[in-house]
Design a protein around this ligand. Structure first.
Ligand code: DX5
Ligand code: ZN
Length: 224
C-alpha cells in the first residue's frame, strides 16, 4: 500500500503540535511541508523553522515541496530535516545541478511537475531524480478540486521507470479525498499527499477512512 503523507498546509497552525500528534497517532509517517515564496506561486507559507521544529518533536519523515523560484537557496537547512527535497521542473533553476546538490547533502532529490507539464519533458532528468511528484492541482493552495487527467501521469511514470530500469518513487499531490483516493491508489503511486482531507474535521477519523479507501477490496461498508 502507498504511504499517506500529511500536508500541514491545511492544519490549524495555532494547534500544529496537537494536529500532527493526532495524525501520527493514526499512523501517519510522512509530513509534507509546502514551501511557497509568493512568487513561483501566489501564496506564502512555511519554511525552515517549521521543518526543524517538526523533525525535533516527531518521528516522521519530512518531504519538503519547494514551490519557490530559488530552491537552491538554503539547501543545507532543508536537507538537514528532509528525507526528500522536491523542486519544480518549472522553477527557473539549473535543475540537474540542484538535484545533485540535494543528493550530495544526503536527501532524496525530488522533481515535481505541474498539471500541464508532460512527463516527456522530464525524461532526461529522471536519472538524477529519486522521487517524482505529480501535481493534480495547480500549486499554491490546498482545498482545490483534483484535475483528474493529471493523475494518468502516474501510470506513464511507472512505464518509464520499468523501461529505463530505474527506481524513483512516485508521489501525487492535490485534491485527493475519500471519493477519489481509491482510484488514485489503484494507479500505483508510492506516496499520496493530502492536506484538507486529513486536517478538516476529525483528523483520526479522516486518516482512518482515507487509509481504508486505499485498500483494494471494496467491503460495501465504506463511503469512498
Ligand atoms: C498545493 C500543495 C499541496 C496541497 C494539497 O500547492 O502542494 O500539497 O497542500 O492540498 P489538498 O490535499 O487540500 O488539495
Ligand atoms: Zn505539496
Amino acid at each position: 500500500m502507498a504511504e499517506l503523507s500529511a500536508s500541514i498546509l491545511a492544519a490549524d497552525l495555532l494547534n500544529l503540535e496537537r494536529e500532527i500528534s493526532l495524525a501520527v497517532k493514526s499512523g501517519i509517517k510522512w509530513v509534507h511541508l509546502d514551501v511557497m515564496d509568493g512568487h513561483f506561486v501566489p501564496n506564502l507559507t512555511m519554511g525552515i523553522p517549521f521543518g526543524i521544529a517538526i523533525r525535533r518533536k516527531f518521528n516522521v519523515d519530512i518531504e519538503s515541496h519547494m514551490m519557490v523560484d530559488n530552491p537552491d537557496k538554503y539547501l543545507d537547512k532543508y536537507c538537514s530535516f528532509s528525507k526528500i527535497v522536491t523542486i519544480h521542473y518549472e522553477a527557473p533553476v539549473q535543475t540537474i545541478r540542484v538535484l545533485r546538490e540535494i543528493e550530495s547533502r544526503g536527501s532524496m532529490p525530488g522533481l515535481s511537475i505541474n498539471p500541464k507539464t508532460q512527463v516527456s519533458r522530464i525524461e532526461g532528468l529522471l536519472p538524477y531524480t529519486k522521487y517524482v511528484l505529480v501535481m493534480t492541482v495547480e500549486p499554491g493552495f490546498s482545498g482545490q478540486s483534483m484535475i483528474e487527467e493529471a493523475a494518468d501521469k502516474i501510470s506513464l511514470l511507472k512505464e518509464y521507470r520499468e523501461r529505463m530500469g530505474m527506481n524513483f518513487l512516485i508521489g501525487v499531490d492535490g485534491g485527493i479525498k475519500k471519493d477519489n483516493i481509491t482510484r488514485i491508489h489503484s494507479l500505483g503511486p508510492d506516496i499520496i499527499v493530502s492536506a484538507s482531507a486529513i486536517f478538516s474535521g476529525n483528523i483520526e477519523e479522516n486518516v482512518k477512512s482515507l487509509k481504508n479507501c486505499m485498500k483494494e477490496d471494496q467491503d460495501g461498508q465504506r463511503d469512498c
